[in-house]
Design a protein around this ligand. Sequence first.
Ligand SMILES: NC(=O)c1ccc[n+]([C@@H]2O[C@H](COP(=O)([O-])OP(=O)(O)OC[C@H]3O[C@@H](n4cnc5c(N)ncnc54)[C@H](OP(=O)(O)O)[C@@H]3O)[C@@H](O)[C@H]2O)c1
Length: 244
Amino acid sequence: MSNWASRNCVIVGASGGIGAAFAEHLVERKEVETVLCLSRKGVAPIASPKVQADRLDYADAGTIEAAAEKAKARGPLDLVIVATGLLHDGEFGPEKSLRDLDAERLTRAFHVNTIGPTLVARHFLPLMRRDAKSVFAALSARVGSISDNRIGGWYGYRAAKSALNQVLRTAAIEHARRWKEGVVIGLHPGTVDTQLSAPFQGNVADGKLFLPAHATSMMLDVVDGLRATDTGKVFAYDGSEVPA
Ligand SMILES: NC(=O)c1ccc[n+]([C@@H]2O[C@H](COP(=O)([O-])OP(=O)(O)OC[C@H]3O[C@@H](n4cnc5c(N)ncnc54)[C@H](OP(=O)(O)O)[C@@H]3O)[C@@H](O)[C@H]2O)c1
């Protein structure tokens, strides 16, 4: 593909373990000119002249549109990474059984894992560069794969990531009509040592718990290698496709 250079980048969820590690890698790249770091607190995860920070909170949809307006002012975007997500918080963890389900928990899971990233796609995809490869990548998870679901559990998170994958595929189809070199994908980062995975790291096989810097370096290699024909798919950190 022609002229891939991640010059003008946006990270949504730059305060998270994975989002911050993406920012650290991107500022080190010579080609990168700007990294707009968006998060609920609006604080830059690292100090760099390339980094600007602003607020984006899924609880206030107007902040998504306002952040997109600011991004637009800097010219076409080459790379947008959506690294937000919710598996547990102080009040709830992933549901093991139908008995654990309630409307509020499910709504929260879908709000952060599906609806928020969908609205980011709605406002940021029109800003992507059109005359060369551009990449919109949202952090998904292997548990969002329906065909790969053999152990069950984690109803809300699992279903919300499946729904996210469907949104990404649908947006990829529409986007490809005008952005011939535009790529819209989901990314599975592996199990990464962040607060999101912290309560569930006990069963991870030796060598399979990645540091955020390692996981994001592998995912950027995947992003660099993407072609237009990859749009609409979900890829794991090692470049393998995660089945729908
Ligand atoms: N870590 C893993 O093992 C793993 C595995 C598979 C997939 N993933 C996916 O990778 C992505 C990043 O996860 P992580 O491990 O970096 O988790 P993390 O450290 O908990 O980061 C989560 C990010 O989402 C943001 N967020 C949460 N609720 C939000 C809201 N209402 N509005 C806006 N932002 C919100 C957080 O912002 P605050 O800082 O303001 O809370 C934070 O920036 C997620 O999509 C996750 O599902 C992670």
